[in-house]
Write a protein that binds this ligand. Structure first.
Ligand code: G6P
Length: 625
């Protein structure tokens, strides 16, 4: 949801700004722009991708050692050059990630002061507001602010919403001012200067030494100093952390697309995430945090909050949790939960799942849960320094590595593995993984067996990846279709939903998922020869029911594409194509089936020639409501 980069160094910062924007492009790609100080303010903006900006900047010969840059996901104001950042006010330029909620009233006040607006954005309000604070003698500031740093500190008092900002002014050519309030921003300490960016991936090419800002922090960066004040105006120092992110991790390497790379990386990502259970026969709650044992022991139910793909991980886990632990589990979309009246339960474990840890709705849902008195909170997240992780009592960091493709893949499967670990712990805490079989609990050996199955996942996923040529063949048949149905039952229904989401996100084919039993209650009316129907058909207790649902499709001339297990006796015939998964994987089979559906979506998108990694209208890290 917009990416920002800033730099103040001793050479030219333009290459860093452009490369940084390219790394952050996953956050939005409606337009890009930069502003550099070099004997005045030089700005360049371009519609669409960063590559377009790069050409423009080269043409104009823009150079300088202090600058800010932005890649935009449009919220206020259409994608258009006049709405592209940086926004300026006289000699001042600002880039912004987030939303200013009170921008309309601020705009009216600033227009009354004589400031002229040239865009439809909320961000331009910030530029004029800081300028008004610099000027003084108005409702925002009696006196002129001492300098840009002071003016920004004054201006943020008037801003409502979530924002990360980087600001420069031509009258202070040796200074870059940054702000973090609700949207991510971090600083990099380099050999020859200081840097700022929305996430670490944009900084690693320059430095590994990073400073994570807290909400409310305002900073003044020069080439050799960083001055920070917190939300109360007190001078603060924040720890310097050494990032473990490697520059390779955010590069494409031998792959054509990040999504392709990230699908292929899943065995490794799962292996890394499950490393802590490498030799274990028993699971220890400590993997979820020091207090996990106490917190989980008293839990009487689970509430999972998430958005998008992460919510489907939660829905899959609901089946596991209720089946294995006997605890009731509800899954709710974060954007719905935060605005409805719900009944809090202090013994409930609230689990937030988020790849980025910055999704605004998920963060707000967590804060809402806490405001209702929920203290037993757990984050399952891929970014250790993210906002969500900092706000929960317990945490589990998936080790998928940076996920750049907008459509989530390896983050999802690693979330599933983490949720399975949670399920086992809850089952143990609830006495369901003890030797007490009389009371319907799962015998002790089961824990050992399930851990062994988890450990085998990387190998099992590798075998699914080997099916790619056959899946790619199927994909050719989807490329000319306009709609597709995905069917699944039980714990594979959320997998069918995730498969449909992947297909619509990157191939723009309208796809819907149904629990197969619902077919006859409506969607069957859509089935004809033009409607491919994808069926997630593991060999489980629901397979016979599913086969009956497939008959209903065949009888209406629908073309079935069935992902069956190796040991299910299903064969291709007229109107039915069957692909056998390499092994039958029981409870963990959703992890394997989803990989096959990721490959299907990827190859359909390839066949259609869409932009796989940056699908239209979307962005990866959704830091606005
Ligand atoms: C966006 C992304 C999705 C992702 C969702 C939730 O919509 O495009 O891939 O699933 O946000 O993101 P999170 O980072 O919270 O998992």
């Amino acid at each position: 949801m917009c990416g920002i980069v800033g730099a103040i160094n001793s050479g030219s910062c333009v290459d860093f700004l452009i490369q940084g924007l390219k790394t952050l492009e996953y956050r939005g790609y409606d337009s890009a722009g930069l502003a550099v100080l070099n004997g005045g303010l030089h700005r360049s903006r371009a519609m669409g991708r960063v590559a377009g900006l790069e050409d423009k900047v080269a043409e104009k010969g823009i150079a300088g050692s202090v600058g800010i840059a932005h890649t935009r996901w449009a919220t206020h104001g259409a994608p258009a050059e006049h709405n592209a950042h940086p926004h300026v006010s006289e000699g001042l330029a600002v880039v912004h990630n987030g939303i200013i909620e009170n921008y309309e009233s601020l705009r009216v006040q600033l227009e009354a002061l004589g400031y002229t607006f040239t865009s439809d954005t909320d961000t331009e309000t910030i530029a004029h507001l800081i300028q008004a604070c610099l000027a003084g003698g108005n409702a925002f500031a009696d006196q002129p602010a001492q300098d840009l740093f002071a003016a920004v500190r004054r201006a943020v008092d008037y801003l409502e919403g979530a924002y990360a900002l980087a600001v420069v002014h031509e009258s202070e050519p040796d200074c870059l001012v940054v702000v973090r309030e609700g949207s991510p921003l971090m600083l990099g300490i380099g050999e020859n200067g200081h840097y700022a960016a929305s996430d670490a991936s944009a900084l690693v090419a320059m430095t590994r030494r990073m400073v994570y800002l807290e909400n409310g922090d305002v900073g003044r960066l020069t080439r050799d100093s960083i001055e920070l004040v917190d939300g109360q105006g007190n001078a603060v120092e924040r720890d310097v952390t050494l990032s473990s992110l490697s520059a390779d991790a955010v590069e494409l390497g031998e792959y054509r697309h990040f999504m392709q790379k990230e699908i292929a990386e899943q065995p490794q990502a799962l292996g890394n995430t499950l490393e802590m259970i490498a030799g274990a026969n028993r699971l220890h709650p400590g993997i979820f945090g020091a207090d996990a044992e106490t917190v989980l022991a008293e839990v009487d139910s689970v509430l999972i909050l998430a958005c998008g793909t992460s919510s489907y991980a939660g829905m899959t886990a609901k089946y596991w949790i209720e089946q294995l632990s006997g605890l009731p589990c509800n899954v709710e979309l974060a954007s719905e939960y935060r605005y409805r009246t719900s009944v809090p339960n202090s013994k409930q474990l609230v689990v937030v799942i988020s790849q980025s840890g910055e999704t605004a709705d998920t963060l707000a849902a967590l804060q809402h849960a806490k405001s209702l008195g929920h203290t037993r909170t757990l984050a399952i997240c891929n970014v250790p320094e993210s906002a969500i992780v900092r706000e929960t009592a317990l945490r589990f960091i998936t080790r998928a590595g940076p996920e750049i493709g907008v459509a989530s893949t390896k983050a999802f499967t690693t979330q599933l593995s983490a949720l399975f670990l949670l399920t086992l712990l809850l089952a143990k805490a609830n006495g369901m993984l003890s030797a007490d079989t009389e009371n319907g609990s799962i015998e002790a050996d089961r824990e050992q067996d399930l851990l062994a199955e988890l450990r085998h996942l990387p190998v099992a996923v590798e075998r699914v990846l080997a099916l790619e040529p056959q899946i790619a063949e199927w994909a050719q048949e989807f490329a000319h279709k306009h709609h597709a149905l995905f069917l699944g039952r039980g714990r594979h229904y959320p997998i069918a939903q995730e498969g449909a989401l992947k297909l619509k996100e990157i191939s723009y084919i309208h796809a819907e998922a149904y629990p197969a039993g619902e077919l006859k209650h409506g969607p069957l009316a859509l089935v004809d020869a033009e409607m491919p129907v994808v069926v997630v058909a593991p060999n489980d207790e629901l397979l016979e029911k599913l086969k009956a649902n497939m008959q209903e499709v065949s009888a209406r001339g629908g073309q079935l594409y069935v992902f069956a297990d190796g040991d299910s006796r299903m064969n291709s015939s007229d109107g039915v194509k069957v692909l056998h998964m390499p092994e039958h994987y029981g409870l963990l089979s959703p992890v394997l089936h989803v990989v096959a559906l990721q490959l299907l979506a990827y190859h359909v998108a390839l066949a259609k020639g869409t932009d796989v990694d940056k699908p239209r209208n979307l962005a990866k890290s959704v830091t606005v409501e």
